[in-house]
Design a protein around this ligand. Structure first.
Ligand code: ADP
Ligand code: ASP
Ligand code: MG
Length: 412
């Protein structure tokens, strides 16, 4: 008998029919004798709908605490509906909000981190033969305020519960049958991966693949939670996220391609090329709580230089204001902003043992005459910033260049 944590995402509980299907599935596992904790997201579209309401009332500036009070309600609806559907099928079940379990988080509203999970209640219910249904995406801080864990946060609830309960497996059920070489909605010939390492999955998630929330992968790696991504309603092995990086002959150089349209680029031109200039430019940006991603400083000429960096698109206007102020203080020539950019990244532990991976990437982009605006590399990834309109073309070209395409289907 195993203890399994199963997380079902928004589309998998998007209608009453789907919730019934999930209940049928959980019932089957239960009948096999497994102990089951189910984590559910809000019905698909619901979190967006709630955020939109808040924006309408507050001119786009909702107070974070109150936003959390509201957006946590989406998951409260689905836990109750799923528990009802289970009980109707003769399966003993009980639902809990994050607060009721006591999923303790810090007080960083809308992006809180889980600090501790009290498993007493869940363990007692499991011992009594019940299926426990827990609301994803939410917790409570020391003061009793409701918090949420950031978009996609139900994944993290699932993994954190699995870690706390020392579950045998955490199964993330979604609308694709595993983790693919890239988003199958963009590249139809993307292939499902049997396995991917935590390290690679973490890079993929950080670089824009939203199939798993970054923090859920961090948690799973830290506590060594066996994690699998599966399709909610199709049978199949899914993708296992593993620790081991086995050296097989067939190990591909690149495991996957990630992309991100959520960034914007800012350039300050003609700043004095003197020690401390990077700090003078980026200090005020981080002082305004804006995270900087990629950074490039050009080679100086005439004792002045240009400095370019990227930020999340939501932070673009703020960053631009901060930078314009810095520019006038430093007597810079100009500030240029660009929101029509996208970042494409290739990821793979195989890169460690292969030379020339980056140049192969640049060659593939050159063949499509896609201009590279910025480059950054680390041990297992290479990222480039390009014009947004070439994003899909770039991802497809790279997918082909690194031999990730599934064999073409024969048309009879
Ligand atoms: P859920 O609501 O179940 O949490 P998400 O929409 O958050 O589902 O995540 C699943 C989606 O992630 C897929 O529908 C797919 O379009 C997207 N996705 C992006 N990159 C990948 C990838 N490499 N492999 C699989 N899916 C991916
Ligand atoms: N409902 C939340 C969201 O849409 C959490 C989740 O689905 O994981 O971001
Ligand atoms: Mg998700």
């Amino acid at each position: 008998m195993a203890l399994i944590v199963q997380k079902f995402g928004g589309t998998s509980v998007g209608t009453v029919e789907r919730i019934q299907q999930v209940a049928e599935k959980v019932k089957k596992f239960r009948e096999n004798g497994d102990d089951i904790v189910v984590v559910v997201s809000a019905m698909s579209g619901e979190t967006n709908r709630l955020i939109d309401l808040a924006k309408q009332i507050t001119d786009n500036q909702p107070v974070a605490r109150e936003l959390d009070v509201m957006i946590s309600t989406g998951e409260q609806v689905t836990i109750a509906l799923l528990a009802m559907a289970l009980i109707k099928r003769g399966v003993e079940a009980v639902s809990y909000t994050g607060n009721q379990v006591r999923i303790l988080t810090d007080n960083a509203h809308t992006k809180a981190r889980i600090l501790q999970i009290d498993d007493t209640r869940i363990r007692a219910d499991l011992a009594a033969g019940k299926v426990v249904v827990v609301a994803g995406f939410q917790g409570v801080d020391e003061q009793g305020n409701i918090t949420t864990l950031g978009r996609g946060g139900s994944d993290t609830t699932g993994v954190a519960l699995a870690a706390a309960l020392k579950a045998d497996e955490c199964q993330i059920y979604t609308d694709v049958d595993g983790v693919y070489t890239t988003d199958p909605r963009v590249v139809p010939r993307a292939q499902r991966l049997e396995k991917i390492t935590f390290e690679e999955m973490l890079e993929m998630a950080s670089l824009g693949s939203k199939v798993l929330q970054i923090r859920s992968v961090e948690f799973a790696g830290k506590y060594n939670v066996p994690l699998r991504v599966l399709h909610s309603f199709q049978e199949g092995p899914g993708t296992l996220i593993t620790l081991d990086e086995e050296e097989s002959m067939e190990q591909p150089i690149i495991s996957g391609i990630a992309f991100n349209r959520d960034e914007a680029k800012l350039t300050i031109r003609g700043v004095p090329d003197v020690p401390g200039i990077a700090f003078k430019i980026l200090g005020p940006v981080s002082g305004a709580n804006i995270e900087v991603d990629m950074i490039v400083q050009n080679v100086a000429h005439d004792n002045t230089t240009d400095f370019t960096f990227t930020v999340h698109r939501n932070d673009y206007q703020n960053a631009l204001q901060v930078l314009e102020k810095t520019a006038s203080e430093l007597g810079a020539r100009e500030v240029i902003g660009d929101t029509n950019i996208a970042k494409v990244s290739i990821v793979g532990v195989g890169m460690r043992s292969h030379a020339g991976v980056a140049s192969r990437m640049f060659e593939a982009l050159a063949k499509e005459t896609i201009n590279i605006q910025m480059i950054s590399t680390s041990e297992i990834k290479v990222s480039v910033v390009i014009e947004e309109k070439y994003l899909e073309l770039a991802v497809r070209a790279l997918h082909t260049a690194f031999e990730l395409d599934a064999p073409a289907k024969r048309t009879e």
